[in-house]
Unconditional design. Structure first.
Lengths: 114, 111
């Protein structure tokens, strides 16, 4: 499996602050980059995803920034709330041709404190 | 709408005992199916994936095996569990789109 490197491993943010999680990949064939959110004892759920034809995608308080030349992408959570406290995973896959399984980063445990 | 069912939610098994975890998907046909294992601090590790009945790709050689006896059924098995098999096992499916949908997971503790 090609590796996806995620950092930081854990993150503590004040309520209302910005949470930033970074990922880097090696395989230039990757063309789909999702972020998953996981609460304790639950399966991961898709939060937001981006393809390399755009440099940024925003959905509510969540934004993905994508830098194709640097092979990096990041998740920004604006106005972070205690309910955002969860583990976040970045992932990548190659969909041309066919769908290859997602390769996941090791996860970031986010704690938003009041 | 599509749903994925995974059971049991928790399982405690002695070392050397067999294992069978089942996953079924409803509301779609010919899904890609996946088994992942999540260990603390190690992220989501792909164990097996299947693109069709009887077609299984193994990513990590180990004490586990997978089978797909029906289109929307995926089973993870072991003949003899090891302590190192403990973890959180997740089944997932994907269709024509790239999005993967996860089940709620099975917490396996081998004692």
């Amino acid at each position: 499996q090609q590796q996806v490197k995620q950092s930081p491993q854990s993150l503590i943010v004040q309520k209302g602050g910005i949470s930033i999680i970074n990922c880097a990949y090696e395989n230039t064939a990757f063309d789909y980059f999702p972020w998953y959110q996981q609460f304790p004892g639950k399966g991961p759920a898709l939060l937001i995803a981006i393809r390399p034809d755009v440099s940024e995608k925003k959905e509510g308080r969540f934004t993905i920034s994508f830098n194709k030349s640097a092979k990096q992408f990041s998740l920004h959570i604006m106005d972070s709330q205690p309910g955002d406290s969860a583990t976040y995973f970045c992932a990548a896959s190659n969909n041309s041709p066919g769908n290859t399984p997602l390769v996941f980063g090791k996860g970031t445990r986010l704690s938003v404190i009041a | 709408s599509q749903t994925i069912h995974q059971w049991p939610a928790t399982l405690v098994q002695p070392v050397g005992s067999p294992l069978s975890l089942e996953c079924t998907v409803e509301g779609t046909s010919n899904p890609n199916l996946y088994w992942y294992r999540q260990a603390a601090g190690r992220g989501l590790q792909l164990l097996f994936y299947s693109v069709g009945i009887g077609q299984i790709s193994s990513e990590v050689p180990q004490n586990l095996s997978a089978s797909r006896p029906q289109d929307r059924q995926f089973i993870l098995s072991s003949k003899k569990l090891l302590l190192s098999d403990s973890g959180f096992y997740l089944c997932a499916w994907s269709g024509d789109s790239t999005e993967a949908f996860f089940g709620q997971g099975t917490r396996l503790t081998v004692v």
